[in-house]
Design a binder for this molecule. Structure first.
Ligand SMILES: [Zn+2]
Length: 172
């Protein structure tokens, strides 16, 4: 397995104003359930006098497995997230309304955003994954459907068995 990189952003030395960082995220650079991906991340930071405003923009695709036919396909990722970073004597995460606010120590010179990137990517992968435009693998679907109907034939509901017994009892 390839070790995932750490995404460290130098914050202490940033002058007030806009700063831009670009990263290419792929299987080798960030380890997300071992899937292929090709995602460009543009991180823009607006440094204010008392805080940093982080803007994450993700663009690209992640290869995922269809829930329906188990084929792999590319899920498009187009996502935007924002985060406020403040230096404080108390560290922690707080949600102030819409935007997540993170407090880092007064001495912090850089910020590790690896887990943020990971989280943002994860929440942008849909819960229900399905090939687009009915591109599901028909052969696999047929096999899966056959398996399901077989199961239905062989398994009987135990409540029916009980009913059958009662009926037989009555007919005696
Ligand atoms: Zn499919």
């Amino acid at each position: 397995m390839v070790e995932a990189n750490e995404y460290m952003i130098p914050i202490k030395g940033l002058k007030e104003g806009w700063h831009e960082f670009e990263f290419i995220l792929n299987k080798n650079s960030i380890d997300i359930f071992d899937h292929e991906m090709d995602v460009k991340l543009k991180l823009s930071i607006d440094k204010k006098s008392t805080f940093y405003h982080f803007y994450f923009d993700f663009n690209g695709k992640i290869t995922v497995e269809c829930d329906n036919c188990l084929n792999e396909y590319d899920e498009k990722i187009n996502a935007h997230h924002e985060m406020i970073i403040k230096h404080s004597s108390e560290e922690g995460n707080f949600d102030e309304g819409e935007i997540e606010v993170k407090f880092v120590s007064l001495e912090a010179t850089q910020l590790n955003v690896t887990s943020d990137i990971y989280e943002y990517l994860m929440v942008n992968i849909p819960m229900k994954k399905k090939c687009s435009n009915g591109n599901c693998d028909q052969e696999v679907l047929e096999i899966l459907n056959k398996d399901n109907s077989k199961k239905g034939e062989n398994v009987t509901d135990p409540r029916w068995d009980a009913l059958k017994e009662i009926k037989e009892e009555l007919n005696k």
